[in-house]
Design a protein around this ligand. Structure first.
Ligand SMILES: Cc1cc2nc3c(=O)[nH]c(=O)nc-3n(C[C@H](O)[C@H](O)[C@H](O)COP(=O)(O)OP(=O)(O)OC[C@H]3O[C@@H](n4cnc5c(N)ncnc54)[C@H](O)[C@@H]3O)c2cc1C
Ligand SMILES: Cc1cc2nc3c(=O)[nH]c(=O)nc-3n(C[C@H](O)[C@H](O)[C@H](O)COP(=O)(O)O)c2cc1C
Length: 784
């Protein structure tokens, strides 16, 4: 085959040499516009796994790269006069020039033709090529030329960065955050050879503009950065090797992803994108080179598997695209979290979090490194952090004892202290008759109160019969219901040290429907016995549900009075905590979301207007609720529908509730519209809780796909939320919290006295399982 690679970066060079190695009969040319040593950039980082992969494909290059690597373990943070260091992170770095020179030399040894200082204008310039590799980098001309086929999706990110170098040698991957009068800058610094370290400086666009860096040339920019990071540089100079770039050397990262990766051109040659031309990965995760090298490996693997002849190219390229696009998406998603963290850290974390917690937040920014993973990397640092966290939570930890993990530290709001950070999330059971909770609820809530969580939240409970979602929903509209709830609250208090919360709500446009297992199913009207619905506007929840009445002021007064009466009954029943349900498309949520509120009066239009009545209800309820007991508000922080509530609005909503006395925001999302398109994933709503906590300055309760102690520990440790609510896992296992404590080996976990023999057995079973896993890993290592 005749193969031409346009672009001699890592992708083009590596693919060229692998194909030549696969079959020396291939005629392979790499065309590069620069001279062999003229390259932009400093060091690149990758992992041991990438090296193992490369070793299998070309031991010679892998060995040479290995030889040239700089390996380091520690991450060090410079922040507000603190230096914090943690170990076990395991990176390898190599100079980009060195890497390219190794690849170039290997290409030459294998007889790959290298053509330098040639700007390839088009794939059509190579009429006798069977395969053209467009490895021409992020600004790929080939991709642009065939944009209608490749359909690139290019997102330009808001931060500015400059890629510099220094001869000051750092012995850790170093991050330095510096505040100026206009905002925060951060430097990402890592050594990549015996004399040089990469020094990337990054800041938000508005900070960059405020400092006039858009008008600064490279020398001015370097002088600015040297002054800003003077303490860290200790007199060392910063350098650029992008002198060939004109104007400002400050760039915006561009996230590139393509729909289609290959085509057949008018010469009949196949053209395929590779490396940065088809996808990018942000330097915060440092995997762009890894992706480029792995593209080259995968394409070679498919030629080896399916046949390396012109007839097979189409099939090979199709397989390459389907495999690599999935992997790329996975990595880009992980890189996205890390990139966003650095984009918002100035506004969201730098001023809000103490240095210790800032370090934790930074280390877990991609949400791929968990709490227990940090323990594996550096148990001593994590132990110190857990001690710091526990002491701030008021726990006195004896010097010779480990601190409890953050999940098991107490939390106090107003006069109520929860023994730990786990909350059983409210879950409708649809099992009442006439709104009366019975033995079912006593057993259901009682079992979960004994299961180790700090607090159990009762399901949405309705302030009037027409406020119910289904006929099976509980109520607090009469004294009989109040007494039935009191029996449950008293039982929980007498038999456990969990707190119990009441969640009050009104179904609004989503009322008068079936329980999930009845009739036509959830969210659909009852077959008989429907009651009239009310909402912010006369808009049904879906095409299948009844049209509600748009509430008038008299309706608002009546419903508000019902909420207040229910609150008084909840207080009399002895609940420890009250939550107002303003989420999921129910009545109060229907006022807040622009998707469901189309009013033209003072209660519709702007967010301020849409919040007016929900805030009025909150204030009335707060006044009726004991001052020493907390109140939270559950909101939908994202409607997942264009034109609906966004996480940005959620911050404003949280601020508004905080201003009328809310103590905590319970951050859920969605269920406001049947058209929603949520992006599910583990802890998928936690970023909203995090943002609200930092930007609105109010405590948050994170919920949604939090299913392991490791999740809870990471969320609480990083300060993304103050509490974590866990719903579905508690349906499968009422003792979820006790189980998770045993799983992570937290032996001091208190258990109900009647269950203590179960504790010892569970702990030793998990310990045995862990030991067997460790043994299996060791055995695998030995046999490898
Ligand atoms: C600040 C920063 C830090 C980074 N840090 C890391 C890191 O730590 N680890 C990591 O893995 N990655 C990192 N990357 C990303 C990494 O540099 C790229 O992902 C990687 O180089 C992609 O390889 P490539 O071969 O696809 O493209 P490139 O390396 O961009 O190579 C493309 C080549 O094509 C040539 N070319 C372009 N057009 C033509 C043409 N028309 N004719 C001839 N030649 C042409 C260019 O001159 C260039 O040499 C970083 C990137 C930036 C911007
Ligand atoms: C069966 C069931 C009933 C629910 N009922 C309520 C409810 O009454 N009030 C509420 O705010 N959320 C309710 N939810 C939502 C949960 O509280 C929680 O937010 C959601 O299930 C996500 O958490 P998870 O991933 O831990 O399950 C319910 C969820 C389930 C599974």
């Amino acid at each position: 085959m005749k193969i031409v690679c346009i672009g001699g970066g890592p992708a083009g060079l590596y693919f060229g040499l692998l194909m030549k190695k696969l079959n020396p009969a291939h005629d392979v040319t790499v065309v590069e516009r620069n001279r062999p040593y003229d390259t932009f950039g400093w060091g690149v980082v990758f992992s041991d796994a990438t090296m193992d992969n490369m070793r299998q494909w070309d031991k010679e290059t892998a060995d040479e790269i290995q030889e040239a690597f700089n390996h380091w373990d520690d991450i060090e943070l410079f922040f507000k006069g603190h230096r914090i260091r943690s170990g076990g992170h395991g990176f390898v770095g190599i100079g980009r020039k060195k890497l390219l020179n190794i690849l170039q030399a290997r290409c030459e040894a294998l007889d790959v033709k290298l053509v330098f200082e040639t700007d390839a204008d088009s794939d059509l310039d190579y009429p006798d090529a069977d395969l053209v590799i467009a490895s021409d980098g992020i600004n790929s001309k080939v991709r642009t030329k065939y944009a209608s086929v490749f359909k690139p999706d290019i997102v330009t990110r808001p931060n500015r960065y400059i890629w510099l170098g220094t001869h000051r040698l750092y012995d850790a991957f170093t991050f330095d955050f510096q505040r100026t009068e206009h905002g925060w800058f951060q430097a990402h610094i890592y050594k990549f050879d015996d004399q040089t370290a990469t020094f990337i400086v990054e800041c938000p666009e508005h900070v960059w503009l405020a400092h006039g860096l858009d008008k600064a040339d490279q020398n001015d920019s370097i002088a600015f950065c040297e002054k800003l990071f003077a303490d860290n540089l200790q007199g060392a100079k910063l350098m650029t090797n992008a002198r060939h770039l004109r104007g400002s050397a400050w760039l915006n990262f561009q996230r590139v992803v393509c729909d289609q990766w290959w085509l057949k051109n008018e010469n009949g040659a196949h053209v395929v994108l590779m490396g940065d031309a088809v996808h990018t990965a942000h330097f915060a995760i440092g995997s762009g080179t890894k992706l480029a090298l792995e593209d080259a490996i995968e394409l070679t693997r498919q030629f080896q598997r399916l046949g390396d002849s012109p007839a097979k190219i189409g099939e090979v390229l199709e397989t390459y695209q389907s495999l690599r696009s999935v992997e790329t998406l996975r990595l880009q998603n992980a890189a996205w979290n890390a990139m966003e963290w650095f984009e918002v850290c100035g506004a969201r974390y730098c001023d809000q979090l103490p240095p210790e917690q800032f370090m934790y937040s930074m280390l877990t920014r991609s949400q791929r490194i968990s709490h227990e993973n940090l323990r594996l990397r550096d148990a001593q640092w994590l132990g110190g952090y857990e001690r710091w966290f526990a002491e701030r939570a008021g726990v006195k930890v004896p010097a010779n004892m480990p601190a409890p993990p953050p999940m098991f530290t107490p939390y106090t709001l107003r006069g109520v202290t929860l023994k730990n950070r786990v909350v059983v999330s409210p879950m409708a059971q649809y099992s009442c008759v006439n709104g009366l909770p019975g033995d079912y609820h006593l057993v259901h809530l009682g079992a979960r109160a004994m299961g180790g969580a700090g607090m159990v939240v009762a399901e949405m409970t309705c302030a009037s019969p027409d406020a119910r979602i289904t006929p099976g929903c509980p109520g607090l509209w009469n004294d009989e219901q109040g007494a039935a709830w009191k029996r449950i609250v008293d039982w929980v208090h007498a038999n456990s040290d969990a707190k119990i919360a009441m969640q009050i709500g009104h179904a609004g446009p989503k009322g008068s429907t079936n329980a999930p297992w009845q009739g036509a199913g959830a969210d659909l009207p009852l077959e008989t016995g429907n009651w009239p619905l009310i909402s912010a506007s006369a808009q049904p929840y879906s095409a299948d549900t009844a049209v509600p009445k748009a509430m008038d002021r008299a309706d608002m007064d009546r419903v508000k009075a019902d909420f207040v009466a229910a609150t008084k009954r909840a207080a009399a029943a002895g609940f420890d905590w009250l939550e107002l349900h303003c989420a999921h498309g129910y009545l109060l949520s229907a006022f807040i979301s622009p998707l469901t509120n189309h009013r033209k009066d003072d209660y519709g239009g702007s967010l301020e207007n849409r919040l007016r009545w929900p805030l009025e209800v909150f204030a009335a309820v707060r006044a009726a609720w004991p001052a020493d007991k907390p109140m939270s508000v559950r909101i939908s922080a994202h409607d997942w529908v264009d034109g609906g509530i966004t996480p940005n609005d959620a911050v404003a909503i949280a601020r508004a509730f905080k201003a009328v006395g809310a103590d905590m925001i319970d951050v859920s999302s969605g269920q406001v519209s049947p058209d929603q398109k949520p992006t599910y994933g583990r802890m998928y709503q936690t970023p909203f809780a995090d943002r609200i906590r930092q930007e609105a300055g109010i405590a948050t309760l994170a919920v949604g796909a939090i299913s392991e102690a490791d999740h809870v520990n990471a969320i609480i440790s990083a300060g993304r939320a103050d509490l974590c609510a866990v719903a579905r896992p508690h349906l499968a296992n009422p003792a979820w919290t006790l189980t998770e404590a045993a799983k992570i080996g937290y032996v001091p976990m208190p258990w109900p006295k009647q269950y203590l023999s179960g504790k010892q057995q569970m702990e030793s079973l998990f310990a045995r399982e862990k030991a067997a896993q460790a043994q299996a890993i060791e055995a695998a290592k030995i046999s490898a």
